[in-house]
Ligand binder design. Sequence first.
Ligand SMILES: *Cc1c(COP(=O)(O)O)cnc(C)c1O
Length: 334
Amino acid sequence: MIDLRSDTVTLPCDAMRQVMFDAPLGDDVYGEDPSVNTLQTLAAEITGKESALFVSSGTQSNLLAVLSQCERGDEYIAGQEAHTYRFEAGGAAVLGGIQPQPLPFNGRGELDLEQVAETIKPDDFHFARTKLLCLENTQTGKVLAMDYLADFFQLAVKYGLRKHLDGARAFNAAVKMSIDIKEICSYFDTVSICLSKGLAAPVGSVLVGDRITIEKARRLRKMLGGGMRQAGILAAAGIYALKNNIERLQVDHENAANLADGLRGLAGFRLLEEPETNMVLLDLSREYFSALSAWLADNNVTVSGQRWVLHKDVSRDDVERVLELCSEFSNAPA
Ligand SMILES: *Cc1c(COP(=O)(O)O)cnc(C)c1O
């Protein structure tokens, strides 16, 4: 079975399972789980932030970032297609009374900064108070340029706004650019990082930021029912992931590039854009794609839509196999 639906589908390797089995545990609601504490210290150190909080999911992490930096009647600006706006069940609005203000991403996964500036609301009681700007990196596999982040930072400072990064795949961006993730994180007050995507842990995310914001987030996490007891059994997987699975993201990026190269040469296939990290985006007609995905499913390859995601559990040979199948499909008489 080759599963290209998402990098969330990875299974923990034997070494990771062993570390989970051996993890020292305590009650994290009392702050006494040594493995959770180690993970949080490690995550803060790697990202160059004061504090970190281990949470159940990326959705919870983003929600805590918004709730801890905005109040009722405030608003946050995010991408129309951003996870923080589109894919989190409206949590900030439902649970926080915080209004989202979505804006379109451009083809590079950026918010247009002039448009952001025009959208920031003046201090006037007719308007919600703009408090927070959110970006996503990578954004559907695209890496935000460091120059852009610097300009984004300047804009936020000029208007006195907080800055959150949905960095579910921020390590993919750092590895792609061969830079320290601290450099990316330095442009944001808070960053959410998924351990359960390309880093291949089974569960969890970390929210990193300054101590006061993270303390607020800890209280809110309890309120949301996210205080977990012997969570170290999961945190141990996160520690393993941060120590062992960052550099290997490069392999996923190479596999994505190879897959894209092979697909580009096939009659009837078209790519939406060149892959920058671990995602291959296709641009096929609905009919062609649905016939293709049925053919792949018959041959034990699972896709969900035209975004094919490479990860630890897809090998170089698997990429060759997918290319063979796509080639056969492309050559088959219509
Ligand atoms: C996966 C993802 C999240 C959150 O994921 P969970 O499934 O809630 O852990 C947030 N942002 C982006 C960009 C993601 O891809």
